[in-house]
Design a protein around this ligand. Structure first.
Ligand SMILES: Nc1ncnc2c1ncn2[C@@H]1O[C@H](COP(=O)(O)OP(=O)(O)OP(=O)(O)O)[C@@H](O)[C@H]1O
Ligand SMILES: [Mg+2]
Length: 218
């Protein structure tokens, strides 16, 4: 079984062919780095895998299940999580607020504001837990705008991990970070998460352009 498989994936924007017959197969628990020059179509490939874009041709499977036509939100429920090349968080919200909102986005509660309050306690507790996991518990109540770029990257990873993903896609997780921040904010956090998973629930990690993070390069 593969964790993620992509077969013959094509995507064009107008006349511009961005991905052309892309094939990729990643095993459960594998860390697979994908590299390529600027504009090669790496982010587009992620957008196709997560369902933010539709391919013109080809198929995508997650743990051997065809997800090519499944909407983006349901792919998240099947264990797919990602971070973005350009950070997409709410600057005026606190760190805790940002992580809780991302969990709420995945929860059925978002359809029902009346029952939300009580059950939200569970989401807030989970948000505290993942912030602690990435070493940001002491900043939980701080507005995101008052944190460093490296801390924001960590919040983003916390948000992705909060979903308990089986596959984690990281779009240029090291971009804009110092060597120390790369290690503290990203590499160590991901490594710890990988190490702490039980064998039956391994985390597959696919980073873009983050050379120390992977065992195999595509
Ligand atoms: N939504 C879109 N509409 C039109 N063109 C797009 C769209 N998204 C990406 N492109 C184009 O597709 C090409 C590949 O872009 P993409 O962002 O996937 O590359 P990348 O490999 O992630 O590059 P980078 O290293 O700069 O992040 C670029 O020429 C880009 O301008
Ligand atoms: Mg990109």
């Amino acid at each position: 079984m593969s964790a993620l498989a992509v077969r013959g994936l094509d995507k064009s924007f107008g006349g511009l062919r961005v991905t052309s017959s892309v094939d990729l197969e990643v095993e459960p628990g594998e860390r697979r780095l994908i590299i390529g020059p600027n504009g090669a179509g790496k982010t587009t490939l992620f957008n196709l895998i997560t369902g933010e874009l539709r391919p013109d041709r080809g198929a995508i499977t997650l743990f051997d299940r065809d997800i090519t036509r499944i909407p983006s939100r349901r792919r998240a429920h099947l264990g797919l999580a990602r971070t973005y090349q350009i950070i997409t968080l709410f600057p005026r919200e606190t760190l805790l607020g940002n992580v809780t909102l991302s969990l709420l986005g995945l929860s059925r509660l978002r359809w029902n504001p009346c029952v939300a309050l009580r059950r939200q306690a569970g989401l807030v507790a989970r948000a505290h837990e993942v912030l602690a996991r990435v070493g940001l518990e002491s900043l939980a109540e701080r507005p995101l705008a008052q944190t460093s770029y490296g801390e924001r990257r960590r919040v983003e990873i916390a948000m992705a991990l909060a979903q308990r993903p089986r596959i984690l896609l990281l779009d240029e997780p090291f971009a804009g970070l110092s060597t120390e921040e790369r290690r503290d904010a990203v590499a160590d956090v991901v490594r710890r998460e990988v190490a702490d998973r039980p064998v039956h629930n391994q985390l597959t990690v696919v980073p873009l352009d983050a050379p120390t993070e992977a065992e195999e390069i595509t």
